[in-house]
Design a protein around this ligand. Structure first.
Ligand SMILES: Cc1cc2nc3c(=O)[nH]c(=O)nc-3n(C[C@H](O)[C@H](O)[C@H](O)COP(=O)(O)O)c2cc1C
Length: 382
């Protein structure tokens, strides 16, 4: 039995991925900032809601389909943007994009991805592109022109990385950005032959040294280059910069990393098409509020602008809980990347199917035929 066949739920993916990935790469994916309080809080938040089923409801025609911006999706969940995905699995950006396309769920390509965005647009014409704001307007302007020329229709701006989060676990695990070839890394890699041959060597032999291909219009630095993290300080940026992007980008514009209702209101006033309530999976500000607890007020401030969600979703019941608090679509990060590391496109499809099956089953048990009006079926514990 291959390892992906042992996966019955998204939680099964992490221990299996830990066995095949070098410790530094596993830590890069799995960890949160500082004490992991925000990351653990994301999971705990879901435990503070109970479901209240109604029985003897005919749910035989229930559907998990949702529509967002006039587009129809098979399920109300998608794949969050994850930088450096190709370090974990062979061409993982492609695997994630293809799986999302096949399963008809949204996929957001990270601005720190390792495959050219033009190739991803060909694989998955419905993919969204995520970028970080840049201190250099000419540079971000040129990147936006490139994203537009590749026919992406939806641009996500991640706003919660003014500086990089403090992930001590990475330093302890010996993982650095840019990556540095050290004796420790070599020893770890030697203990993970499957990753060495099926991901690292295969990538290098077929595609050369991976680069941050979409960090700027001209492409980006190789993952081992000292200039790879040059743009990680954005603490001088403000809503004025976002306003500038709104004028430049004519497609759909989404702000990711919103936790405060006043920020949701600002995004709407400036002309954002949606926001993603997210604490970056607990990887940025430790002790940041779980977006699940922040959702009702964000939704209120957003008025008619859709609010999307990520951070901590692992189960169909989590999807239901987030939607009950007003999320129109949710995104999942780490588990889908583990799935790509373990089983490439088929692994990701397997993970999507598991979550979809859970959601479909839970809707019957809850007595719900669709994913609207869920607030009546979910109660916050007092
Ligand atoms: C390995 C990894 C890389 C990430 N890279 C990015 C990124 O490039 N851009 C971004 O906006 N968010 C990034 N994120 C955050 C995710 O988009 C998302 O907010 C988070 O993973 C959701 O939490 P979850 O992993 O608990 O589902 C990354 C997350 C992980 C795990």
């Amino acid at each position: 039995m291959s390892s992906i066949d042992q996966v019955l739920a998204l939680e099964d993916l992490e221990p299996l991925a830990r066995r095949i990935l070098p410790n530094g790469i596993f830590s890069f994916i799995s960890g949160g900032a500082e004490t992991n309080s925000a990351m653990n809080g994301n999971r705990a938040a879901f435990q503070s809601f109970d479901l209240v089923p109604e029985v003897l409801v005919d749910t035989s025609k229930r559907t998990t389909e949702v529509s967002l911006f006039g587009e129809q999706w098979r399920a109300p969940f998608g794949i969050a943007p994850m930088g450096g995905a190709g370090l974990a699995g062979f061409r993982a950006d492609c695997a994630l994009a293809k799986a999302a396309r096949e399963e008809r769920v949204p996929f957001i390509l990270s601005g720190s991805s390792l495959v050219r965005l033009e190739e991803i647009a060909r694989i998955n014409p419905d993919a969204w592109f995520q970028a970080y704001l840049s201190v250099d307007r000419d540079e971000i302007g040129a990147l936006i022109d490139r994203v537009s020329a590749a026919a992406f229709r939806t641009l996500v701006i991640t706003a919660d990385v003014s500086v990089s989060g403090n992930r001590e676990n990475l330093i302890r695990a010996g993982f650095t950005t840019p990556m540095r070839p050290t004796v420790r890394l070599a020893l770890e890699v030697a203990r993970r032959p499957r990753w060495l041959f099926k991901t690292a060597m295969r990538t290098y032999l077929q595609h050369g040294m991976p680069r941050y291909e979409n960090a700027s219009a001209a492409g980006g630095a190789p993952v081992f280059s000292a200039t790879a993290t040059r743009a990680h300080v954005r603490d001088a940026l403000s809503w004025a910069d976002f306003e500038w992007i709104r004028k430049k980008w004519t497609g759909r514009l989404i702000v990711k990393g919103i936790l405060s209702p006043s920020d949701a209101a600002k995004a709407r006033e400036i002309g954002a098409d949606a926001v993603i309530a997210s604490n970056h999976g607990g990887r940025q500000l430790d002790c940041a509020i779980s977006p699940l607890h922040a959702l009702p007020q964000i939704v209120e401030a957003a008025r008619d602008m859709p609010v999307l969600y990520d951070s901590g979703i692992r189960r169909g019941t989590d999807v239901i809980k987030a939607m009950s608090q007003g999320a129109k679509m949710v995104f999942i990060g780490r588990p889908f990347l583990y799935a790509a590391a373990l089983g490439e496109e088929q692994g990701v499809r397997h993970a999507i199917k598991l979550l979809h099956a859970e959601l479909h089953r839970n809707m019957a048990l809850l007595g719900s035929n669709n994913l609207y009006d869920l607030h009546k079926r979910v109660r916050r514990r007092t």
